[in-house]
Design a protein around this ligand. Structure first.
Ligand SMILES: [Zn+2]
Length: 233
């Protein structure tokens, strides 16, 4: 997920947008191995693919040990470096062309206190998730502008569960569960959605769509109320 997005507050309203159609199964273990090998052989950071690339719309392959531990560790470090360079607060493997259920998350950016409070944005240490699933905890939702490294130049408001339980395997193969709230929950939902071929625009209020420049000019403020009123979403 884009690291620069939004300066908007926590607010709870309305119902979450329904789940969009799932991605189709287009890739196999062989594709995963080939793409991982290609990315690890390259001497530069992999490019982040953009909307329209098939891998962003496919169901990612569950991790079942297709690649050896040492390569998995290298891949996770490469994804971390790619996320930092973007800059971003989350990156899913399909975003670098690998159709695998793997994502990395980290949010240690300095954020003005007012914006952090408005977004319930707490620092989040780096971690990697394999085969993740999330379950909303309670009915509360939060609505904020967010952006995606694979949809460069745009931001839109998405209603998301305010709190989730995130179940995943860590890089050692241990099953883990973490309860996440606020911006951390938003990042985890955004990245997990990537692994079933969903991008944030599928769940966004499309009338809220703003280019980065128009966002900066009009909607970079602590609250989406004005955007809702003027853009009419
Ligand atoms: Zn994204």
């Amino acid at each position: 997920m884009n690291g620069r997005a939004a300066h908007t507050p926590g607010c709870s309203r309305g119902l979450p947008v329904g789940s969009p159609a799932a991605g189709k199964v287009l890739f196999t273990d062989t594709h995963v191995r080939e793409m991982v090998a290609a990315v690890l052989e390259s001497e530069s950071l992999p490019p982040i693919v953009q909307a329209g690339h098939p891998v962003l719309r496919a169901q990612a392959v569950p991790f079942t040990g297709q690649i050896v531990d040492a390569d998995l560790a290298r891949l996770i470090e490469l994804m971390r470096a790619t996320m930092h360079a973007a800059p971003g607060v989350g990156l899913a493997a399909p975003q670098i062309g690998i159709p695998l259920q793997l994502a990395v998350l980290e949010d240690l950016y300095d954020v003005p206190a007012e914006n952090a409070a408005a977004r319930s944005r707490e620092p989040m240490e780096f971690f990697a998730i394999l085969n993740p699933h999330y379950t909303p905890v309670g009915a509360e939702t939060a609505s904020h502008y967010e952006g995606c490294l694979s949809v460069r130049g745009w931001q839109a408001v998405v209603d998301r569960a305010a709190t989730i339980d995130l179940a995943f395997d860590d890089e050692t193969g241990s099953a883990r569960t973490r309860r996440l709230g606020g911006w951390q929950a938003r990042i985890a939902q955004h990245e997990t959605d990537h692994l079933s071929g969903t991008v944030y625009l599928d769940k966004a209020h499309t009338r809220s769509l703003a280019s980065d420049a128009e966002y900066a000019a009009y909607w970079a403020r602590p609250g989406i109320a004005e955007a809702q009123a003027v853009l009419n979403f």
